[in-house]
Write a protein that binds this ligand. Sequence first.
Ligand code: ZN
Length: 142
Amino acid sequence: MKHRDLLPGRQFLGRVEKGEDMLEAFTGFARRQQIRLATITGIGALQKARISMYDQEKKSYNVMEINEETELTALLGNLSLKDGEIFCHLHATLTDADGKAWGGHVCDGCIVFALEFEIRELMGEDFHRMPDEDTGLALWEM
Ligand code: ZN
């Protein structure tokens, strides 16, 4: 386990508007506000979704399209730097009318119906995502 000690920065509470792409909305907000490191949580509902799961053997993402409305029962993620730019990484748990769940890595194409979020900025040394050979992922260099 590797970590860094950080201090709290700004805190944001707000909502994403109906029709916005969830990933674009958070990335755009973070870049405008210059939030370089943060955690993100949220709840709401989506009009449709695109989420994926990382195939650990093939080292590629399998994308799943959900072309129906879902409840966004949990949105978790973070902001850090990748290729020198502010980068947003989100995972979501989505449910249908029967309460059955999908979950995965958030891709573009998740269209918001309503979404309430909290962003907690963290102050300290930048976190840079770097290619990790073992996993094929862009992981935090520590
Ligand atoms: Zn992910």
